[in-house]
Write a new protein. Structure first.
Length: 214
């Protein structure tokens, strides 16, 4: 009888060790995976909002893919408790509602029915009826001539807005550093004392150029 008990104990321990090896010691628990799913769902919603508002050029398909992979993994997990299954179903329903909204918004954008597309179409229409005159600015020292660089910056922003191009990532400090660096490089390469920057619209898009001053 003792031998049989020992055999049963060894079999149980072997099964537990096998299951532990299969799962992996670092495998996140269902609660941890549900928390990650909630965080990623919130993140992908924010990223889609940024994309639809024109703040990003590409939709967050990578984040969306991670969320859907995690949804499928948890959906196939038969070890979830009742409370965990209830939480999963709530998160899945919330994500599915978001996904349907994104699909309709993407379809509207492709058909030109969303607000961003309509605004861009209006801007392009105004651009066609009101041509933007080219402007140019000469910088002797882009590091010190702050007012000249500010006027150049304002002209560039105005041209981009009228052409419906994004300006969110173009701050003045970043622009100033770019202009100063470009001016230094041109003066060194061309052996000139000044640099001429120009802003124009060509084919409905903003053209920003720099060359050695006259």
């Amino acid at each position: 009888m003792a031998i049989r008990d020992n055999r049963l104990l060894r079999s149980k321990q072997q099964a537990q060790a096998k299951n532990k090896y299969a799962v992996g010691e670092n495998q996140p628990t269902p609660d941890e995976q549900l928390t990650r799913l909630e965080d990623d769902t919130r993140r992908v919603r924010i990223e889609f909002d940024i994309f639809f508002n024109g703040g990003a050029k590409r939709a967050p398909y990578d984040t969306k893919g991670r969320v859907e992979t995690l949804l499928k993994r948890l959906g196939d997990d038969r070890t979830l408790t009742y409370a965990q299954r209830y939480r999963y179903n709530s998160l899945a329903a919330r994500y599915n509602a978001f996904r349907d909204l994104w699909r309709r918004t993407m379809q509207g954008r492709e058909e030109g029915r969303d607000q961003v597309s309509a605004a861009r179409a209006q801007v392009k229409s105004e651009t066609n009826t009101q041509p933007i005159e080219a402007v140019s600015f000469v910088c002797l020292d882009a590091h010190r001539e702050i007012e000249v660089v500010k006027n150049l910056y304002t002209s560039l922003l105005e041209a981009k807005r009228r052409c419906g191009e994004p300006t969110e990532n173009l701050s003045f400090p970043k622009f100033h550093r770019l202009i100063a660096s470009k001016a230094d490089a041109l003066k060194e390469q061309g052996g000139c004392d000044s640099v001429r920057f120009s802003v124009a619209v060509e084919g409905g898009h903003v053209s920003f150029k720099a060359r050695a001053g006259d």
